[in-house]
Design a protein around this ligand. Structure first.
Ligand code: HEM
Length: 464
């Protein structure tokens, strides 16, 4: 279809329904756009599947397919069928992304059927899967505990203390092995998460992480598997225990302090904090890949370390890692009533999909789509100009973004303070920061480490 024919599509009668994809396009969207996030694991990543997606650069193929759809159908939404009776619309225009995110939760509710199927395995009362009414209590509770509007949380001292201690232990491991790999990094990350969210005594409570991860694996399969009620009961009991302990400096202590009216269900908000924090481990490890490929930025970041915990360059690096490889590739909404679009209407109950990699890596509209460009996040970016939505946007925007950016930037700062990292041994590395791949698995990354002396100059391992 030509561009002018595509534009005609955009101006169909508003009374007709939004265009539905033909059979061939359906098959292409399923295989090139939707299969990758589903197979990689929407709620907990499957490392082997992520490795395969990296091998075939599945997310880059998804972006190309979305560009093709836009040239064929115009920039208005298109509809497809995911399973019988389920209407799904795919957004192709940044302006529509902004509309949907800004008009959340009504008429675009975050609690879509697909999300409920996945998250109800471990947090049926979480804000993200709550009805419009229940959200009115749960969203403000999350914002109050996570202090959404503050760059630096009031518990930052306890957080940075936990981070410094855990990175210090990891350093011991790095120095012994001369290298940093995913397993060691992930072990450290979970210790930080448990300390920050639940309190210091949870540092070694691997059982609670294991329980959550098992429940998340069920979440990956949503409605296809039954709920494991006994595991969820044990998991929730442990969460209540930490809420009661309310250890100073933890988010659990903050949660115990913030007034919660009936129906807020604090213990049902905490699983989201833990599992969302886990996603950040991959993003932070990818940020290590970016920094290791760009010594100039790591040098710049080192100069800011005495401003900790407010580290603007490293925050920008973490954000850039999330732009390049979004950890929430599909942002979902569900229409609570019929909605009008420039190319037709969408029925009530339609699921709306925002495929974030397309909006972050669309090289037909963005000059630097595939470059490492942390400066994007340091400028006063106008959200309406460019739909970078690693944390979603509007009223459903991630309320934990400042807590997680503080954590990620502090971890990066502590790692790079006295060490250089050189990526080795993986398919996609060393990275070319001018032409980055669409998919990058953190699980196979490994870095050779070198010490630096007190003035920050590199020093070889055997000199130390
Ligand atoms: C890299 C890390 C993270 C990313 C990329 C991220 C991203 C997101 C996104 C995209 C959403 C909205 C989903 C939607 O609109 O459907 C969201 C929601 C949410 N996030 Fe995060 N998040 C991260 C970490 C965290 C952390 C660490 C916390 C808490 C400590 C957190 C707390 C929440 C909560 C409570 C919601 C639900 C908000 C609501 O429904 O109103 N997130 N997050």
């Amino acid at each position: 279809m030509t561009h002018s024919a595509a534009r005609e599509h955009d101006h169909q009668s508003p009374n007709s329904s939004v265009p539905i994809l033909g059979a061939v396009d359906h098959a292409r969207v399923h295989s090139k756009v939707l299969a990758s996030p589903v197979i990689k694991g929407p709620i907990i990543r499957r490392p082997k599947a992520v490795g395969l997606a990296e091998k075939f650069d599945a997310d880059a193929a998804g972006v190309t397919e979305m560009q093709r759809l836009r040239s064929q159908y115009g920039s208005g939404p298109v509809q497809l069928k995911v399973f019988p009776g389920r209407k799904v619309a795919l957004l192709l225009d940044p302006a529509d992304v902004h509309r949907v995110l800004n008009e959340t939760p009504d008429p675009f509710s975050p609690a879509s059927l697909e999300k409920r199927g996945a998250l109800n395995h471990f947090q049926p009362g979480g804000a993200l899967v709550s009805s419009v009414n229940a959200r009115k209590k749960r969203r403000p509770f999350n914002e109050a505990v996570l202090q959404t509007g503050r760059t630096v949380h009031s518990h930052a001292d306890a957080m940075t203390n936990a981070i410094r201690e855990e990175v210090d232990s990891l350093r011991g491991h790095i120095e012994f092995n001369g290298a940093l790999d995913w397993d060691a990094f992930s072990l450290m990350w979970w210790r930080i998460v448990r300390r920050v969210v639940l309190g210091d005594s949870a540092r070694n409570d691997q059982q609670i992480t294991e329980d959550l991860n098992q429940l998340r694996e069920r979440g990956n399969l949503a409605y296809l598997v039954p709920k494991n009620r006994s595991r969820r009961k044990r998991f929730t009991k442990r969460l209540r225990h930490y809420l009661e302990l309310a250890q100073p400096g933890s988010l659990a202590a903050m949660a115990a302090d913030v007034p919660a009216s009936t129906g807020t269900m604090p213990e049902q908000q905490i699983p989201q904090w833990m599992f969302a924090f886990d996603a950040a481990s991959g993003a932070t490890f990818r940020a290590v890949s970016l920094l290791s490929a760009d010594p100039e930025t790591s040098q710049l970041a080192r100069k800011e370390l005495d401003q900790a915990p407010d580290l603007p360059t490293l925050r920008a690096v973490a954000l850039e890692s999330l732009r390049l490889w979004p950890t929430t590739p599909l942002i979902l909404r569900e229409t609570t009533k019929e909605t009008q679009w420039r190319n037709g209407t969408l029925d009530k109950g339609t699921s709306i999909l925002i495929f974030a990699p397309f909006f972050h890596r669309d090289d037909e509209t963005l000059a630097d789509a595939h470059c490492f460009a942390p400066e994007l996040w340091l400028e006063n970016r106008n959200d309406n100009d460019w739909p970078l939505v690693p944390f979603s946007g509007g009223l459903g925007m991630c309320p934990g973004r400042n807590v997680v950016l503080l954590t990620a930037s502090m971890v990066l700062g502590e790692l790079f303070r006295n060490h250089d990292f050189t990526a080795e041994n993986t398919a996609a590395e060393p990275l070319d920061v001018e032409q980055l791949p669409g998919t990058l698995s953190p699980f196979s990354s490994r870095f050779i480490t070198k010490f630096r002396n007190a003035r920050g100059a590199p020093k070889s391992q055997d000199q130390s």
